[in-house]
Write a protein that binds this ligand. Sequence first.
Ligand code: C5P
Length: 244
Amino acid sequence: MQTQIIFPLDFSDLKQALRYVGLLKDHITIFKIGLELFVNSGPEGVREVLAAGGKGIFLDLKFHDIPETVRRALKSPLMEKVEFITVHTADGPGILSAAVESVSPETKILGVTVLTSLSKAELHKILLLKEDITMCELVIHRAKMAKDAGCAGIVCSGLEISDIKEHFGTELITVVPGVRPLWSLVEGDDQRRIVTPRDAATKGVDYIVVGRPIRDAKDPVEATEKILDEIEGTANLNLPRNIP
Ligand code: C5P
């Protein structure tokens, strides 16, 4: 199986989100519901996306709270409708284990390592990390924590994928946002650690999250097809993956 595209439904309006589900459902199997849509439409949004033909939901709420709060939130029956859920790794294994224990095995917990909007310079400034600690070392450290806590996978940038694959092989599902085709220009882009779809596919990434290059394209279906072609172009490389 090739690298799959996850499309984030980054809209405040559910109707607009459902329009994109209708447009892209033949090309995209997993739709991501993040803070913007969830804050505006809640669990109803999840149900409507499924009813509109979305085959899988990635609920990207990036949980970041004390273990008990995360545990109780994830006990919601809504989680049974969801394939992936994100939890931050920054505050240690307690939150990650609480999340893993709260959901059924069909719902996969992904540990967010370091946001792709964060650059190396910001990392040292914000986290007060010593200069000799690299982004990759931090991502690997957090990925290991996620794996030990029982997470099914991680979210990281495409720049760290080779090291992740070297350390964990196919033991962790890899989800990579910050993906920019060479032809796309995202105005005021906040993503910093970016790769192209081809780079990501070549490195054996399981899922890429591609939002604005598709959402803001003149023709979102054509943009999706172009990205799929780029991925397809790496098919003969025979890379190890975690997706069936
Ligand atoms: O392609 P684009 O930058 O528009 O995609 C942005 C989406 O990826 C958002 O929904 C954002 O929440 C998500 N994301 C991210 N970085 C992460 C995890 C998710 O940008 N580490």
